[in-house]
Ligand binder design. Sequence first.
Ligand SMILES: [Zn+2]
Length: 112
Amino acid sequence: MIQKAAFIRATHQLWKLVAALACPIILGLVILYQEWFGEGVAAFRDNLIVLTVLAFIGFAWGCLSIICPKCHCRLLAQTVGQKDFISWVRWFVTFTACPKCRFSPVEPGKAA
Ligand SMILES: [Zn+2]
């Protein structure tokens, strides 16, 4: 469970992370569904291009919009490039202070 003190939750940006991750996950599920129950990915190519663009836009939007309210550091964009997928997702739902300016939304007056 994501703790209340987690930066992403305390700054009310958890929904952005969920939305940004949902875009590529939905794309993956649609591809699997087409492969297993539909006519295969080849028959579905035109829609696939549109969905891939939408998934990319959704994730890019998450990278641009999840920011530190104090220093405006783009947290998702910065993290994705530095860690592998599982560790950045885990880090992202647990960190409590901005890695750049140390701003903590739970204790705004105190640097973590
Ligand atoms: Zn910051």
